[in-house]
Design a protein. Structure first.
Length: 292
């Protein structure tokens, strides 16, 4: 959803604001809030929230500027007319602090449920939307939940088809075994079937292997670069100088370029682990996260 807020901004955006932000509306038990994700931080768009509870935006913005605890940013967003507009946005903590200054008994009775919903539901709703993929109103009806499920299913199928097309378009530098296994995997996602991938052709990433070894996220970050280098050297030695091909994998929640290995290479992973890392992580000697 793209929302038109405030006035056109004639100035050039600074380095933190090079790209207009997409506004997401999150429904609450009463009313809704508009949010953006900037630099990984979820922010609440201030003006529509203020006006939804019948308060004057300019007055509340001026009050916010006088508060030492307030964290406010001017965020560019793209309007329906294609122009860039600037809006004030605040982090969730600031929004809740501001809400605490609003007396629910002094707002119009018609908008009081919206104010109460803001005060009670903002934190979990915004956090769930941006970190868990969605926020569901606890008062949603069965029909509403069925509609959401249909939307999720359609979104999953579109994503799978998009990924298949993307993988198909990759050039020959990408490991064809990896391409085939990922195409089968995403095709299975789109059809609800189980992918028929030979065990020896299943992709195996450094990140996956270290997770199997039971390393924490911080430990994986510390180890994966050096492990990846050592694994690439071991692969070349085992394959007469042939380098591992390139592919893509999910690392820390993002698709990143990685070296391509399969389950057939797991014994080589084990050798690198035993030679260089087993003594450093004695609690992770068995796979599947079980300590010895």
């Amino acid at each position: 959803m793209k929302t038109l807020i405030d006035t056109p901004d004639p100035d050039e955006p600074n380095e933190d604001e090079q790209q207009a932000s997409e506004v997401a509306r999150i429904d609450l038990s009463a009313g809704s809030i508009e949010t953006v994700l900037v630099g990984g931080d979820p922010l609440v768009v201030f003006r529509p929230a203020v006006e939804a509870i019948g308060l004057d935006y300019s007055t509340q913005l001026r009050k916010l500027r006088d508060r030492s605890w307030a964290s406010r940013r001017d965020i560019p967003t793209t309007g329906a007319d294609g122009k860039t507009y600037r809006m004030a946005a605040v982090d969730v903590r600031t929004f809740l602090m501001w809400l605490a200054t609003v007396n629910e008994n002094k707002v119009a009775e018609a908008v009081r449920p919206t104010l109460v919903a803001y005060q009670r539901e903002t934190t979990s709703a915004v956090n769930d939307y941006w970190t868990r993929g969605g926020a569901i109103n606890e008062r949603a009806t069965d029909d509403q939940l069925d509609t959401l499920q249909e939307q999720i299913e359609e979104r999953r199928i579109r994503r799978a088809h998009g990924l298949i097309s993307l993988i198909t378009a990759m050039d020959d530098s990408v490991d064809p075994r990896w391409k085939r296994s990922r195409q089968l995997h995403h095709y299975a996602e789109a059809t609800g079937e189980v992918p028929e991938i030979a065990p020896e052709d299943r992709a195996l990433l450094v990140e996956t292997y270290l997770t199997d070894r039971g390393l924490t996220r911080a430990e994986r970050r510390s180890v994966r670069s050096s492990f990846g280098v050592k694994m690439a050297v071991a692969y070349r030695m085992a394959h007469k100088g042939e380098k591992p091909k390139d592919s893509f994998g999910l690392v820390d929640g993002r698709e990143r370029p990685v070296k391509s290995y399969t389950e057939a290479d797991r014994p080589l992973f084990d050798r690198v682990w035993e030679e260089f890392y087993a003594d450093r992580y004695p609690a992770q000697q068995r796979l599947d996260g079980d300590a010895a």
